[in-house]
Design a protein around this ligand. Sequence first.
Ligand code: SF4
Ligand code: SF4
Length: 438
Amino acid sequence: MNLIELVREAGVVGAGGAGFPTHVKLAARVDTVLANGAECEPLLYSDQFVMESHAGEIVDGLRHVMRQTGATRGLICVKEKYHDAVARFEKLIAAEKGMELFLLGNFYPSGDEQVLVYETTGRIVPEAGIPLNVGVVVQNVATLANIARAAKGEAVTDKIITVGGEIKNPGVHRVPLGASLAGIIAGCGGPLVDDFALLLNGPMMGRLADPEKEVVTKTTAGFFILPKANPHVARLSRPLAADIRLSRGACEQCRYCTDLCPRSLNGHALEPHAIMRVINEQREPEASTVLNAFLCCECGVCDLFACPIALSPRRFFRDFKRSLSGRGIRFTPENKELKADIYREVRRVPKDKLTRRLALSKYEIKPAYHGTRWDMPAVNLPLSMHLGAPALPLVEAGDKVKRGQKIASIPEGKLGAAVHASIDGTVTKVNGYIRIEK
Ligand code: SF4
Ligand code: SF4
C-alpha cells in the first residue's frame, strides 16, 4: 500500500479541527507543508504534550507528507515559549533536508490555518479558499504523529486530551476513542463543584456539552469543568434571540469587531460591524453583507475579546451561514488581489490577555501529563467523527473485536474515514455508533 492508502486505512483525520479526512489532503501537490503546533485556544495543553512526548513521530509524519506532496519545505510551527518542544525539534531536524522550525508568538488565533499560512509564508489564502490554493498543506502535529503510525500499519484508536477546570485531578491523558466524558470526569476524581457545566474543546471555539451523552472523538482536544454560574458559561448559554435584542439596543458601531477580526486583517471582505448595523437597523440585508458570513471562521475574537459590550457578531454569522447553506446559497469569491491590513501585526490578540478577559486565568495551569493509556470498560464509537459521510459498520452485536481492528469503513465513492476498535471486547450495540464492552 502507498502512504495515501495506509492513512486512509488507518482512519486518520485532522485532529485539530473539523476532522477532514487526511488521505484526501495528501493527494495534493504543494511546495510547503506546515506542522501546526500553535495550540492557541486558552487552557489546552494537549498538543504541547504531543510535541514533547512524540516529537520523533511528528518529524517522521512531516517527512512522509513532504515526500507525498512533493513539498521542498516543511515548517514545524511551535510557540517560542514551548522550550522543551523547541529543543526536541531542533535536535531532531538538524539533519533533515528542507525542514525548519518556525517560532510563533503567544497570540490568538495563531493556529487558524489562514493566519498560520500568512505568518509563515506571507501568502494570503483567497476568500472562501483553502491553504492548498496557495501551495500549502497544513497538518496538526497530532495528525502528523498519526500519519507516522499509519505508515507502520497502526490505526487511530486513542486521543491525547486536556482535562481541567474545577476537577480534582486536572491532567493531560491518553484515552481510547469513544470513552465517555462522564467516565473520564470520575476517573479524574470528580468535579469540585456540584452545579457544573462542561466546556468542550476550549473557551473560544468550543461549546457546552453534556458529559453523560458525549464521548471522546478523533477531534476532541479536551474539556473543562466550570461552575454553572461562571460568566463564560452564562454567555455561551444565552439564546440567539436575546443576543439580537441586546445588539439592537446596544451596538455602538465602534468597529472594534472588524478592526480585530483575523480574517478582515488578512484582507478578506469580512466586516462584522456592518452586519451588526444591518441587524440593528432592522434593514433588509444586502446580499454582499450577508454572504460575507461565509468568510467567518468562528474564532470568537469579535464577541469574546473585541466587543466592549459583549455582543456576538459570530453567532449571527453562524446563523446566516446555516440558513443560507440550507437554501443552497454559496459565497462566490471575486478574483481580486488581497492585501493584508497594515495594522495586522499590532492587532494580534495576546493569549494571556484573552484568558484574563474570559475570567479563566485561574484554570490556566500546566497540568500533569499521564502518558499511560486509560483502560475503559466500554466505549461508544461514533460512526461520524470526521467531515463527510458516516462510516458503514462492518460488525454486528455479538462480534468479538481486537483493538485496532477496522469496524466501520468509508462508503464507496464518498468522503469519509474508517473507524477502528479502541479496546478489545465484544460489540454490544450498533446504532449510529458502535458500542464495545470489555
Ligand atoms: S464591537 Fe460590538 S459595539 Fe462595536 S461595532 Fe462591533 S458589535 Fe457593535
Ligand atoms: S468570529 Fe468574528 S472575529 Fe472571528 S472571523 Fe468571524 S467575524 Fe471575524
